[in-house]
Design a protein around this ligand. Structure first.
Ligand SMILES: Nc1nc2c(ncn2[C@@H]2O[C@H](COP(=O)(O)OP(=O)(O)OP(=O)(O)O)[C@@H](O)[C@H]2O)c(=O)[nH]1
Ligand SMILES: [Mg+2]
Length: 410
């Protein structure tokens, strides 16, 4: 398009007729910034000594009407393929090929668990965990008004009002964008902090009610969402009443439906397993009775930082899951374990001892085994005594994001 501010003369050849200087490229523009005109020779105009009287000085080049400087090439012009040399410039530092712009591909994570297993509380704790810095520092934004409203309401209820979410009634698709840097572990973490890998991903989750994933009530839409996700977070409630065996029904019903759907589209793995990456989170790690029982097993250790927050080390998380299945839940939970082993590739599965709300700390901000319960009843409502300090809430997501991204690169 024509620039109305550009003088029309910028498009014309401003040289006197008959000159052999090539016209400026691209309609009067210069490829390089304007250069100062070369100084006229001081003595003999550059002629060899003894070559006779100096020729008359060349007539001054007329200033181009547009005010732009025309580059007059030297007598033997350098190759046009080397424009830097052609312009008489020093060699510029080499420029590497820029990396391709990587759009943040959405990663779809299906959140799956029996009724009251803690799905909505987990989601509400996610922004808190993301900003806490333990697993790197992330910002979380809703990618739509609905997602932003959900985020705002969930955080308001858990953090400000210190209340648990209301039971979910309807399926809500939520899409959040996480931007941040992964943590650097180990001795040199501080020194290498600037080298932390920047990460951006979009998480699509569906906070479905556990009711819609259960037995005969398996909801077709929820099942499609789970089947088409790349990652699954399966929440196992350790306080579940095992005599009802609903947790097994719930698990097996959903796995079977996913298998059927993926078989139809040929998406099962060659060994017949589901293609998903799976984070198995045993929720409510902070529960007082559960935690006091766990202490006897030696599976819980305390962080070495000031808060001394208890956790199960990653390398012992599968042991913790086994303990929950064998000693706490029994029956149906053992079948859940067999179902996980049979239906998911072991290298794509990881276990976590998760608490959305964490433990109560004492007044000086340190864990105290005498009094760490973080839930109390106020009237008919169960509320938080202290702020939410999520444990293993961001970690499952980071595991899924990294292992899905690793697979996409292959
Ligand atoms: N101690 C403890 N209790 C929790 C935690 N998370 C959830 N709960 C309890 O479990 C209840 C159910 O949690 P929700 O997050 O609503 O569970 P849900 O899976 O979304 O339930 P539905 O939407 O009904 O399927 C809460 O009201 C709390 O009483 C936790 O981290 N620690
Ligand atoms: Mg819910």
């Amino acid at each position: 398009m024509t620039n109305p501010d550009e003088p029309a003369s910028g498009r014309q050849d401003p040289r006197p007729p008959g000159t052999t200087t090539p016209p400026p490229p691209f309609g009067g523009g210069t490829l390089f910034p304007p250069l100062p005109r070369p100084e006229p020779p001081v003595n003999n105009g550059g002629a060899l000594p003894g070559a006779g009287p100096p020729p008359p000085p060349p007539p001054p080049a007329p200033a181009p009407p547009s005010g732009r400087t025309i580059i007059v090439p030297p007598a033997s012009p350098p190759s046009l393929s080397d424009p830097v040399a052609a312009a008489g410039l020093a060699e510029l530092p080499p420029l590497d090929v820029p990396p391709p712009e990587r759009p943040a591909l959405p990663i779809r994570i299906g959140l799956w668990g029996s009724s009251r297993s803690g799905k909505s509380t987990y989601l509400a704790a996610l922004p808190v965990a993301a900003m806490s810095g333990r697993t790197g520092t992330f910002t979380v934004d809703g990618t739509s008004d609905v997602a932003a409203d959900y985020l705002q309401a969930a955080v308001q209820r858990l953090v400000v009002e210190r209340r648990f979410p209301l039971p979910t009634r309807a399926t809500r698709p939520i899409s959040w964008r996480f931007q941040g840097r992964m943590p650097v572990d180990g001795l040199f973490a501080r020194i290498l902090a600037h080298r932390r890998e920047p990460v951006e991903f979009v998480l699509e989750v569906f906070d479905a009610s556990g009711q819609t994933m259960q037995g005969d009530a398996l909801d077709q839409q929820v099942m499609e969402i789970l089947a088409s996700s790349q990652g699954l977070i399966y929440l196992l409630d350790p306080l579940f009443d095992p005599t009802t065996d609903v947790s097994f029904n719930h698990f097996f019903g959903a796995v079977n439906r996913m298998r059927t759907q993926l078989q139809l589209t040929g998406q099962l793995q060659p060994n017949g397993r589901l293609p998903h990456h799976l984070a198995v989170c045993v929720t409510k790690f902070d529960d007082e009775l559960l935690f006091r029982r766990l202490v006897g097993t030696g599976l819980a250790v305390q962080d070495s930082d000031r808060e001394r927050m208890p956790r199960v080390p990653d390398r012992r998380a599968r042991e913790y899951f086994n303990w929950i299945c064998d000693r706490v839940l029994g029956g149906g939970a053992q079948l859940v374990r067999n179902g996980i082993d049979a239906n998911f590739a072991p290298e794509r599965v990881r276990y976590f001892a998760t608490s959305a709300i964490g433990f109560r700390l004492n007044r000086t901000g340190v864990f105290d085994f005498r009094d760490f319960r973080n839930v109390e009843m106020v009237g008919a409502d169960s509320t938080l005594r202290d702020v939410a300090r999520p444990i293993n809430v961001m970690e499952p997501l980071i595991f899924l994001e990294q292992s899905i991204r690793h697979d996409r690169r292959r």
